[in-house]
Design a binder for this molecule. Structure first.
Ligand code: SF4
Length: 160
C-alpha cells in the first residue's frame, strides 16, 4: 500500500511535450511515420550515451509517447540506435545486425564517438565511426548528447 501512496503522491513526472522538432527526416522515414521500433547497438561506447538513452526512454522524457519504442531484436526493428566508436570486435556484429533489420531501415548515430570516433579516434581497437561500417541516416552530436536531443532525433523519424 505504501507504494500506491507514493505513486499517488508523486503524480506525473513527464516533462511537458516540447514543440515538434524542425529539420529534415530521411525519405525512408515517411514509410514508418507514427511508430518506429529501435534496436540499440553499443558498438564500443563508454556507456555515457547509454545513460542518456535510458533517460530519453525513462518516465521524465518519455520517448514512447512520440511513437518511438526500444525492441530486443533487430528483426523487430525499423531502425538502429548506434553508440560508440565501432571497435574491431563489433564491426562484423554491427554489420550483421544492420542486415537483420527489415527494409526500409534507418540508422541513427548517437554521440560524438558514433559520428567521428570522438575521444577514441585513432585508438588501436577502433575500426572507425558508425558511418564507416553501415550507412547513417541521422546523427545526434554531443558527448554524451542530452536526452532532449535524442528525443528530438527520434521524433524527426516518427514525425510526432
Ligand atoms: S560520445 Fe562521449 S559519452 Fe558517448 S560513448 Fe563517446 S565518450 Fe562516451
Amino acid at each position: 500500500m505504501s507504494l500506491w501512496r507514493k505513486i499517488r503522491k508523486t503524480g506525473r513526472v513527464a516533462e511537458p511535450a516540447p514543440e515538434r522538432p524542425t529539420g529534415e527526416a530521411p525519405p525512408e522515414a515517411a514509410e514508418l511515420r507514427g511508430s518506429v521500433q529501435f534496436r540499440h547497438v553499443d558498438a564500443g561506447s563508454c556507456s555515457g550515451c547509454e545513460v542518456e538513452i535510458g533517460s530519453a526512454f525513462g518516465p521524465v522524457y518519455d520517448a514512447e509517447r512520440y511513437g518511438a519504442r526500444l525492441v530486443a531484436s533487430p528483426r523487430h526493428a525499423d531502425a538502429l540506435l548506434v553508440t560508440g566508436p565501432v571497435t574491431r570486435n563489433m564491426e562484423v556484429p554491427l554489420r550483421r545486425t544492420y542486415e537483420a533489420v527489415p527494409q526500409p531501415r534507418l540508422v541513427i548515430a548517437v554521440g560524438d564517438c558514433a559520428r567521428d570516433c570522438g575521444v577514441f579516434a585513432g585508438a588501436y581497437g577502433v575500426a572507425g565511426a558508425v558511418g564507416d561500417v553501415v550507412p547513417v541516416d541521422a546523427e545526434v552530436p554531443g558527448c554524451p548528447p542530452e536526452p532532449e536531443a535524442i528525443v528530438a532525433a527520434l521524433r524527426r523519424l516518427t514525425g510526432r
